[in-house]
Design a protein around this ligand. Structure first.
Ligand code: ZN
Length: 452
């Protein structure tokens, strides 16, 4: 068995791991590179191996940095099936077409304003490409192993990072390799604890927070404090949030706060058609989270849903305090930009971040205290209060990762630390070696390892 790291090596995005055994080639995850220009350029590079030579793709979960390259991959010649859990397919059916539309919009804007070096700028893939790629998906049940070519057993185990997320365990008949996908945390508000695994020979492990510990805070209480302080000033609270996972957790917190009369009864707007669709899925996949039917129902109704652009525009005209949840989570695009244009220069308002902010994003700049920000070619002064709540991460911190690792009962032959910025990955590597005495490496982009 041989593994090659085609993404998420010394960085957080573009997860793609090629696994080869005899003549069979499997790609685990097929994610989009996101973040800095230099990293994003890799999406346009010629794929390191002919897509048509790969037999199958297996997805750990639907987040775009794990699935978002699929339409390009199919467009460039991949002919096999894409295996994933049922909820992953449902989420991809929402996320991939949206990603295609965004690519088209970006290309259009680049051509209009002339900020691309390519003339004309083209989308990496289109809405149509994304829709076409969904036809190659095949749903597999959790915990039911299946085979592909020289790999006699492939199993998805629920990992509870988001709906549908899975640990992928692949055996070549002799040795087992496990892919963590994104490793979630115990005691989350909505999702169940990550499943504990007992045995694997090799492990590909994420390290987003490999050098950090999450703050121990009560997210509901902290959010309540921020909302009350803003309402007292007569301001609005803008929450940039990812459609999948984070938005639903934010809605849960707001429901708790309102139920306990801990915040005033101000309107809450969920201004993201995609997040609305995803929130509805919560009630469909009840096995993967902890919410009762009733609670699910309440959460889905705590916010006013705004689907159309007209409705979205009306939100900004609403007088008095309100809470606006809109994408994108790192303020790189989406409807949240329109709300920021209206509200970021007024010190009454608060912009509340609830997720990881990657390098070279507006979100990272704002969290770092940037005082001016460009939106749609215009410069805005940042007077609103900028806050970030750390609790909401759906990624384990290093203590939580080590705790999850401690459930393995055998000595792991080799741990590959991926999906983390250089420092995070190195820091986690040394912690694992110190605690478990397992051989641990931080693979480089395009590096291969023989596992026999
Ligand atoms: Zn994820």
């Amino acid at each position: 068995m041989k593994i090659t790291f085609l993404g998420a090596a010394e960085n957080v995005t573009g997860s793609k791991y090629l696994l080869e055994q005899e003549n069979t080639k499997i790609l685990v995850d097929c994610g989009l590179f996101q973040g800095t220009k230099e990293i994003r350029r890799r999406n346009w590079d010629k794929f390191p191996i002919k897509p048509e030579s790969i037999d199958a793709v297996i997805l750990t979960h639907a987040h775009i940095d794990h699935s978002g390259y699929i339409p390009a991959f199919v467009k460039n010649g991949f002919k096999g099936k894409i295996y994933c859990s049922k909820a992953t397919l449902e989420l991809c059916s929402i996320l991939l077409p949206d990603s295609g539309s965004l690519q088209e919009e970006d290309a259009k804007a680049a051509n209009k304003y002339g900020y691309s070096s390519h003339r004309p700028a083209l989308p990496l893939y289109t809405l149509k490409d994304a829709e076409k790629s969904l036809k190659s998906f095949e749903v597999v049940d959790f915990e039911k192993s299946f085979s592909i070519g020289s790999f006699p057993s492939i199993t998805l185990i629920p990992s509870h990072h988001i709906l549908g997320s899975s640990f992928v365990v692949i055996s070549d008949g002799n040795k087992k390799i496990t892919f963590s996908g994104d490793l979630s945390r115990p005691n989350q508000l909505i999702m169940k604890d990550p499943t504990h695994l007992k045995k694997t020979d090799f492990l590909v492990l994420e390290s987003t927070y490999g050098d950090r510990l999450h703050k121990k805070e009560d997210p509901v209480k902290e959010m309540g404090k921020i909302i009350n302080r803003t309402v007292k000033k007569g301001g609005k609270i803008i929450i940039p949030a990812f459609a999948v996972g984070r938005t639903q957790t934010v809605l849960y917190c707001l429901y708790e706060l309102k139920k306990n009369n801990a915040i005033p009864d101000i309107p809450i707007f969920l201004d993201s058609p995609m997040a609305i669709d995803v929130t509805d899925l919560l009630c469909k996949f009840k096995d993967e989270h902890k919410l009762s039917d009733e609670l699910c129902h309440h959460i889905c109704r705590i916010a006013k849903y705004t689907r159309s652009v007209e409705e979205s525009k009306k939100i900004d005209a609403h007088e008095g305090s309100s809470i606006i949840i809109a994408g994108s989570g790192m303020v790189t695009g989406g409807r949240v930009l329109h709300h920021l244009k209206h509200f970021i220069s007024d010190s009454k308002n608060t912009i509340l971040f609830v997720g990881y902010q990657a390098e070279e994003t507006r979100g990272r700049d704002l969290v770092n205290g940037e005082k001016r920000i460009m939106i749609h070619g215009k410069n805005f002064k940042v007077n609103a209060e900028i806050k970030k709540l750390d609790y909401f991460s759906a990624h384990a911190d290093y203590n939580e990762i080590l705790q999850w690792l401690s459930y393995f009962e055998n000595k792991i032959e080799k741990v590959f630390v991926t999906h983390g910025e250089h420092e995070s990955a190195l820091s986690l590597k040394s912690k694992i070696e110190e605690r478990f005495d397992w051989n641990t490496v931080v693979p480089k982009y395009l590096e291969s390892f023989d596992l026999d």
